[in-house]
Design a protein around this ligand. Structure first.
Ligand code: CTP
Length: 220
């Protein structure tokens, strides 16, 4: 859940407008249904939901490590995070000083695509992704569903009224391979989370059940 932050220098970073609300609502809803939930989250203003194991991260690379190291003993992975696609290639070890004049170009490099990597490495896990779009939602979502290889893709227009970043509600479309897209009405994010979990159960039908290794003992 949440955004990632990529350092420019020790005091500045590149990030995005993700509040984490959709990912936290999913973690809460799954926990309330009895799932054992690990919430890997970039920096947000939200308190970690009660009952979940909370794993805070800052950068895309930290999120990648947290996700890939837990994949083997997970049954389901939901990537609701707004992961930075680019990061400064050479973050300055010292604060960039104003007197040296404005920074006119930042040298950026691509981050790894976590969802694609999870798809390549997964065995039995159900994989759910999100698509944050601002135009041509249906076309972009279909493309992402195939490019990322997920079992379910939740797409939303992050610029639509009452929807997207920071909002307490969301209006989403659900895309699964071989299925027509399902459009949900504008709903509170917790209700959207419940509908997504319901949908995951139908998508899950027919998949191989878990033969996963045991999860390491949880620290209380
Ligand atoms: N994602 C990821 N790793 C990245 C970027 C995105 O795992 N480095 C995941 C997101 O968590 C989400 C899905 O990929 O589940 C789609 O993210 P989105 O930002 O909509 O798309 P991008 O893959 O970044 O593509 P684009 O920016 O071109 O729309």
């Amino acid at each position: 859940a949440g955004p990632t932050q990529e350092a420019i220098d020790p005091v500045r970073f590149i990030s995005n407008r993700s509040s984490g609300k959709m990912g936290y609502a999913l973690a809460e809803a799954a926990c309330a249904r009895g799932a054992e939930v690990v919430l890997v989250s970039g920096p947000t203003a939200l308190p970690p939901p009660t009952g979940v194991e909370y794993c805070p991260v800052i950068t895309a690379e930290e999120m990648r490590k947290a996700m890939t190291s837990r994949l083997a003993w997970s049954d389901t992975v939901i990537m609701a995070a707004a992961v930075a696609d680019f990061r400064p290639a050479r973050p300055s070890p010292q604060k960039l000083k104003k007197r040296r004049g404005p920074v006119t170009a930042l040298d950026l490099e691509a981050t790894d695509d976590i969802l694609r990597e999870l798809n390549e490495r997964r065995t039995h896990q159900l994989l759910v992704g999100f698509a944050a779009e601002t135009e041509d939602l249906l076309a972009h979502a279909r493309e992402k569903l195939h490019a990322k290889g997920v079992d379910l893709l939740i797409a939303n227009d992050v610029t639509a009224a009452g929807s997207g970043f920071g909002s307490d509600s969301n209006r989403v479309w659900l895309f699964a391979p071989e299925h027509a897209p399902v459009e949900l009405p504008l709903l509170p994010k917790r209700e959207v989370a419940e509908r997504i979990l319901d949908h995951m159960l139908t998508v899950q039908t027919g998949r191989q059940t878990s033969s996963r290794p045991s999860r390491p003992h949880r620290k209380e």
